[in-house]
Design a protein around this ligand. Structure first.
Ligand SMILES: Cc1ncc(COP(=O)(O)O)c(C=O)c1O
Length: 326
């Protein structure tokens, strides 16, 4: 397996959600990937430990990446890059002059060079725009390395393949045994990595993703692409994989990416009060809401010992605080 950096707080804790478990009559635990670090909290640092190692090995002095204006990945990249002596250029999507809050505020606080582009440019030309920036940087004698959206590519996803080994070690230590892993799906790398790790380490879990944008088919196909890109990094790339057992549940995107419905926000409040854990409205909140409703509907009968990966995203909560009725 490819080597990585060691800059985050691993292993992340596994904790029970007692009230939620009681209500749903299932064992529900969370893996606290929201506690991987303060500035680079969340899932992205697992991927960045691989991507940024590759950046350093390539001799890069600058990293370029992209995301929405409230991208957790962009903020985590900016924070991690500083520790490695790298500059960060962020290509962020916003159609209106952005308000300095949440992750965007932190990007600026961390001194990242932010370039705002429209959603049309983001959709159609973000790759090209990042390549132009890389050329500009290379011309200045500062070699640049591009990390795609969410670090959701072959190298980045290795971070979640190895997270499965971490989970198996924790199971051994604690005597817990999960039949199901649950995760939000935003750009696909976390799901693809967990799916791959489940195969590599023969963990035998049902890896369930809840997509928070696009649809399940889109992410099954994207996971196939990401896994194909990951294989060359593995010592033994002989892994059988296919869309057939990629369990991605659609139906919880709600009003759209990063848009919330009152019932989703009320659910976040209910969970915060019941179990003292805060989830974010864009990713973990929608996935947990999905898991809750699937179980309430009588689905997921085989899933009784569930580990929900809390992938972080808490800074994205603050720009939405006015939408909550508390
Ligand atoms: C907090 C949080 N959770 C989950 C995800 C989804 O992970 P992925 O992009 O790997 O699908 C993201 C990013 O998209 C995120 O920022």
């Amino acid at each position: 397996m490819q080597t990585k950096l060691d800059i985050a707080n691993f292993p992340t804790k596994i904790e029970k959600m007692p009230a939620l478990s009681e209500e749903l009559q299932k064992d529900i635990y969370i893996k606290r990937d929201d506690q991987t670090g303060t500035e680079f909290s969340g899932n992205k640092i697992r991927k960045l430990e691989y991507s940024l190692k590759e950046a350093l090995d390539s001799g890069a002095k600058v990293v370029i990446t992209c995301g929405g204006i409230q991208s957790n990945h962009a903020r985590a990249t900016a924070a991690a890059a500083i520790k490695l002596g790298l500059k960060t250029i962020l290509v962020l999507r916003s159609d209106t002059p952005p308000v300095r809050e949440g992750n965007y505020f932190l990007d600026l606080l961390l001194g990242a060079d932010v370039r705002i582009i429209s959603s049309a440019d983001y959709r159609e030309r973000r790759g090209e725009i990042m390549r132009e920036i890389r050329e500009e940087s290379d011309r200045k004698g500062e070699k640049a390395y591009i990390i795609p959206e969410g670090a959701s590519n072959g190298i980045g996803s290795l971070g979640y393949a190895t997270a499965v080994a971490e989970i198996l070690a924790q199971e051994k230590e604690t005597g817990l045994c999960f039949d199901t892993l649950v995760v939000p799906v935003g750009s696909g790398g976390t799901y693809a990595g967990l799916y791959l790790g489940n195969k590599l380490y023969k963990a035998g879990k049902d890896v369930i993703g809840f997509n928070v944008c696009d649809d399940a088919d889109f992410f099954r196909n994207k996971s196939m692409e990401i896994i194909a890109e990951s294989l060359p990094y593995l010592d033994n790339p002989d892994v059988a994989y296919g869309t057939g057992d990629m369990h991605i549940i659609d139906g919880y995107v709600g009003r759209g990416y990063a848009l919330s419905r009152p019932e989703e926000l009320a659910f976040l409040k209910k969970i915060a009060v019941a179990d003292g854990v805060i989830f974010d409205p864009v990713y973990t909140g929608k996935a947990l809401y999905g898991l809750y409703h699937e179980i309430k509907k009588g689905n997921l009968k085989e899933s009784n010992h569930i580990l929900f990966i809390h992938t972080g995203g808490l800074f994205g909560l603050f720009p939405k605080q006015d939408e909550f009725s508390l």
